[in-house]
Design a protein around this ligand. Sequence first.
Ligand code: ARG
Length: 564
Amino acid sequence: MITEKLEQVIDQVAKELGYDDHFTVIVSNRPELCDYQSDTAFQLAKKYHKAPMVIANEIVNKLQELEQFSSYFHEVSFANPGFINLTLSDEMIQEKLTDMMTHEKFHLKQPEQAKTFVLDYGGPNVAKPLHVGHMRTAIVGESIKRIIQYVGHKTIADVHLGDYGLQIGQVIYGILQDQKNIEDITLEYLEEIYPKMSALCKEDDTVREKCAEITKSLQDGEPTYRALWKVILEISGNDIKRLYRYLDVSFDLWQGESDAYQYIQPTEEILLEKGLLQDSEGAKVVDVKKEDDAKELPPLIWQKSNGAYLYGTTDLATIYEREQRFHPDYICYVVDNRQNLHFEQVFRVSEKAGLTDAKLEFLGYGTVNGEDGKPYKTRSGNTPKLDGLFEQTKEIFLSKKEENKDKSEEDIKKIVNAILKFADLQNSRERDYIFDIHKFSNTVGKTGPYILYTYLRIDKILKQCATPTNLSIQIYNKVDRDLRLKLLELDKVILMAFEDRKPNYIADYIYQLSDLANSFYQNNHLANLEDENKKNDWLYVLTLTNKVLKELLFLIGIEIPTFM
Ligand code: ARG
């Protein structure tokens, strides 16, 4: 990492000056002045009773005395009131870029020991249609998985289907009312019956109770209900798989809440042993309050008074299972922010009971809103189903240009994916965002199509020219230098995206890199260029740029079509 290298150089001279401290280096806030900067002098002022300016000055002077100064730096200087400004030498830039080009994964530092991450994302509910919100957990989760793998860790992705909840009882109730034969249950039927029954339950308490009873009997193993449940699971599960296939989202485990039931018993034993289960009006609960809580956290309900288990029970039993089977180092949940409280309760119970040594992480995501700032709805006022959204995106893209209609289905699918994923992943995951499908389908601006255009345009140039050999140390103009410097930021960006579990850092970087690459080839014409060295160097930089773009696009789940 270039910043690490610069930090080492400064730390070394600082040490010689008697500062036994670590100097941090960041990308410059004022690129017109320098490439990188260190603000550490400000933090040391108090400790050494010296003005930051004095410390910065000392460091700069000492750096300038270095024998290797000119191979590291073009210039170092200090600026009021205590900044250390660093401008890299062309040699340093050349050395780092060559290093990136000639190593796998651009020479990203791999961890000494690979950790195991269980990732819980997707979480669709069987028999309910998937909507925009489910797309978010799927694509954010998939991207986080790819980033973790790229950085060198092990992942186990589990879809954790909602396959045992009240919606199943409601659908079974509907099937029984309609006297449907098992063979006649279809996807269309399920899509019709669920909203009907869900509405009915809201109006009619007796129906609601009946549906809850069915759900409970199903969980207790009632054979007729189980037979129906299996059919529902099969049909709805196949459709869910089809949608994920379209989004190129995949899982190692297709487990669900129902799979947790066999682990409830052993988990309960641990809770009993630790004296954590309390009786509360016939229900069994676990107290999770902490003294310094700003607001009081309600207890987690382990089992209702009628014997039914709940969402928290299955989540805890699943933690138990994951610990037994995988001994993970981390279990990460990519779930709607609104489930924050639920997971806080679950994590606290897990900690009290010592169910796992893994670090439990809640990776919340915000709501996808319409232009009115309310949760995204179709024109007719419904929450759009994922299928509809894919279709709508496709139509809008096709309507942009006459030639778009000539594209292959495969390319269109890739472009639709790029539109949707880049729209989503450029936002910090915990934030809500406004889904403006027209804006996100444009070929200019911060959009998937813009990135794809950039990539393909560069690719076309590269295919017309010879493969570049070594990179010389010369840099020819400002855009050239800017693009090279941006490339040097790569490993830091990937590692930060990993640390914070935030794909938007990658999406942002992809955009910045594409933007620079665009200016690069608009200003630096390669065709008919007589200077062979220059041509070779520029091809080298563009080759590296596209290599980076391609691997990063993979990390956010975007594939490149054959043409745009
Ligand atoms: N099925 C849940 C829902 O739609 C999400 C599941 C999230 N994962 C979990 N382990 N609870 O709200």
